[in-house]
Design a protein around this ligand. Structure first.
Ligand code: 13P
Length: 295
């Protein structure tokens, strides 16, 4: 999955269409085995509800079920990215047990942008987190790396937190372009964001071929990409940023796959679609079991 610098440069010259990490103060856990825990990157399990559920009543039931599954000694910080109409309702149910965020913003502050949602609007209802760069927005809505960069910058400049999603398509995976695609999307998505601002950035690696397909990346594949992403962050920002930035894996995460994924040293949590629509499944993901990779 490694590429020559020249090839990567050529790709970088083109374009691909293809939370805080302020809570790094979390203590590591007794019996910890992974460098995620050793580096005090407390695991972060986030749901992305996408265009679900269909009614406020269903959103209330789902949010209550998820909140009930978060214990006092939860092994994870928990977040839910939910549709705009449900933000305030879910926020009220969540209290301080989990972070509630928007699934996107418009990269503009005000004006003639029909359908737009700005950071100021979100902050005025207490929402301080948003996703940017989800592959569904890249492909279905045609958002470019430049659009996504504008969203990331607007969020951090307005003291919000962003989860920047990156990841390759199946075709790019089969052509061994994974690291190159991730490097382009990272560098373009984070352009103009300073090392200090990186405390407000979380990265989510979501291989497009694993999203909604049931084809979860093996822990080894995911670990290898996460390690590359951390190395790229290291080159961009230095080790203190790369070691403290949480890198989540997304793509068919389920109760069956979560433990193996979270046992990997560079996998710091999950961005979960389908399984976050079922409180029992997402509860099991939040309360993943620690597997000792050295055993
Ligand atoms: P699934 O967990 O349904 O594959 O979706 C992943 C995703 O896109 C989260 O943002």
């Amino acid at each position: 999955m490694k590429f020559s610098a020249a090839f990567t440069f050529l790709l970088l010259a083109g374009t691909t269409n293809a939370f805080v990490n302020k809570q790094f103060t979390s203590p590591s856990f007794p019996g910890c085995t992974t460098s995620t825990e050793l580096a005090a990157r407390k695991p972060f399990m986030t749901g992305n509800w996408k265009l679900n559920p269909q009614t406020k009543a269903e959103a209330v039931d789902l949010a209550r079920g998820i909140v009930d599954s978060i214990g006092e000694d939860s092994p994870s910080d928990v977040g839910l990215f939910v549709p705009f109409p449900f933000l305030e309702t879910v926020q009220n149910i969540a209290g301080d047990k989990l972070i509630v965020g928007a699934e996107m913003i418009t990269p503009e502050m005000k004006g003639a942008f029909t359908g737009g949602v700005s950071p100021t609007m979100l902050k005025s209802i207490g929402i301080e987190w948003a996703l940017a760069g989800h592959s569904e927005r890249r492909t279905i809505n045609g958002e470019s790396d430049e659009d996504i960069n504008a969203q990331c910058k607007l969020l951090v400049e307005n003291d919000m937190n962003v989860v920047l999603c990156i990841g390759e398509t199946l075709e790019e995976f089969e052509k061994s372009l994974v690291d190159a695609v991730c490097e382009i999307q990272l560098k373009k998505g984070l352009e103009g964001i300073s090392a200090d601002q990186m405390s407000a950035v979380t990265i989510a690696y979501e291989p497009v071929w694993a999203i909604g397909t049931g084809k979860v990346a093996t822990p080894e594949i995911a670990q290898s990409v996460h390690e590359s992403i951390r190395q790229i962050l290291d080159k961009m920002y230095g080790s203190s940023v790369s070691e403290s930035t949480r890198i989540l894996y997304g793509g068919s995460v389920s109760p069956d796959s979560v433990d193996g994924l979270l046992a990997q040293p560079d996998i710091d949590g999950g961005l979960v679609g389908g399984a976050s629509l079922d409180a029992t499944s997402f509860g099991r993901i939040i309360n993943f079991e620690t597997v000792d990779v050295m055993a």
